[in-house]
Structure formats: structure tokens, C-alpha cells
Design a binder for this molecule. Structure first.
Ligand SMILES: CC(C)(COP(=O)(O)OP(=O)(O)OC[C@H]1O[C@@H](n2cnc3c(N)ncnc32)[C@H](O)[C@@H]1OP(=O)(O)O)[C@@H](O)C(=O)NCCC(=O)NCCS
Length: 151
């Protein structure tokens, strides 16, 4: 069974390893992940998904004023299509609402069908594009979700 909880500094190594497996050349460094964890509860909300001792997913939300920004949602390839990303995302959105966010934004590569489908399922819609933003001239799609309805 998958358990969800707030990340702590003890999760640092496992998150960095998951980042490397999932994002390869675009993975965050140990310093970047450390900064996210250090800001947990201040400007960030970082969650981990665990099966026993094993980290199988994590997600991070930044909140500034009344806007939240999904920084990361990552699930180990061995554990995909089991609803883990959806479980993480709903928890991030609930936290955004608790923090007083009126909308949540995120950016995703235009060719990332899995992520686009996940976010659209939650009601995110495209508000703009950054052309050729990612390597390989892939556009970044900026998605937004208003939080005026209960999550
Ligand atoms: C995108 C990602 C987080 C989805 O994780 P997941 O745990 O497999 O997703 P879930 O099982 O919660 O799926 C929820 C919904 O997302 C969509 N989805 C997920 N994977 C999909 C895929 N491969 N193809 C199409 N839709 C997909 C579906 O709508 C799915 O609902 P369904 O299973 O009822 O059809 C995962 O594929 C991943 O870590 N990808 C690499 C990192 C990444 O791109 N992160 C997002 C940008 S930061």
C-alpha cells in the first residue's frame, strides 16, 4: 500500500535518486532538492509517496501570495498507472487551497502526454506557451487551475 506524507531532510537522498531516474539530464541536483526541503512549510510543500521503505514518488508545490506553482510530480517508472501521481496532486491542491492560493499554475513539455493527461484530468487548462523552451525545441505549455471550487 502506498503511504503519503510530508517530506523531511531524511528523504533527501532518495528524492535525488528518484530525480535522476525520472528526469535524467534534467534532474535537480542535491542542492536544489535540499533547498526545496529546507523551504517546506514556508514557500514549499513537498510530499513523498512510499511503499514500505521505498520512495516511489514525490511532488512539490511552491506557493507565493495567492498563486501556487506545481514544481515537480514524479513517479518511479515501476509504479506508474497506479494513481500515485493523482494522489500526490490532489494533496498538493488541497494544501494550495489551505494556504489561500486562488489558482495553481504549472509548466509542462508539450510532448509529455502522460503529464498533460494527468493535469487535464484535474481541470488544468492551457493559458500560454513558451515556444521552443525545452531542449529539442519542444514548447512549454503553461497550465492553470482556478481554486475557487473545493478540490
Ligand atoms: C506523469 C506521471 C507523474 C504520471 O504518474 P502516474 O502515477 O503514472 O499517474 P497516475 O497513475 O496517477 O495517472 C493519473 C492519470 O494521468 C494520466 N496518465 C498517467 N500516465 C499516462 C500515460 N502514460 N499516458 C496517458 N495518460 C496518462 C491518465 O489520465 C491517468 O488516469 P487513468 O490511469 O485513470 O487513465 C509519471 O508518468 C512520471 O513521473 N513521468 C515523468 C515525470 C514527469 O513528466 N512529471 C510531470 C512533469 S514535472
Amino acid at each position: 500500500m502506498t503511504a503519503y506524507r510530508a517530506a523531511t531532510s531524511e528523504d533527501l537522498r532518495a528524492i535525488v535518486e528518484l530525480e535522476a531516474r525520472v528526469f535524467a539530464g534534467a534532474a535537480w541536483s542535491v542542492e536544489s532538492v535540499g533547498d526545496e526541503l529546507a523551504c517546506h512549510g514556508v514557500t514549499r510543500h513537498v510530499l513523498v509517496a512510499k511503499e514500505g521503505d521505498r520512495l516511489v514518488g514525490y511532488a512539490s508545490l511552491m506557493f507565493v501570495g495567492d498563486v501556487g506553482d506545481v514544481q515537480r510530480v514524479a513517479v518511479d517508472s515501476s509504479h506508474r498507472r497506479q494513481g500515485i501521481a493523482a494522489d500526490l496532486l490532489i494533496r498538493l491542491l488541497e494544501e494550495a487551497a489551505r494556504k489561500g492560493c486562488r489558482s495553481v499554475l504549472l509548466e509542462v513539455a508539450a510532448d509529455n502526454e502522460a503529464a498533460l493527461s494527468l493535469y487535464r484530468r484535474f481541470g488544468f487548462t492551457e493559458i500560454s506557451r513558451r515556444l521552443r523552451y525545452y531542449p529539442g525545441d519542444v514548447d512549454a505549455v503553461v497550465l492553470a487551475l482556478p481554486l475557487d471550487q473545493p478540490v
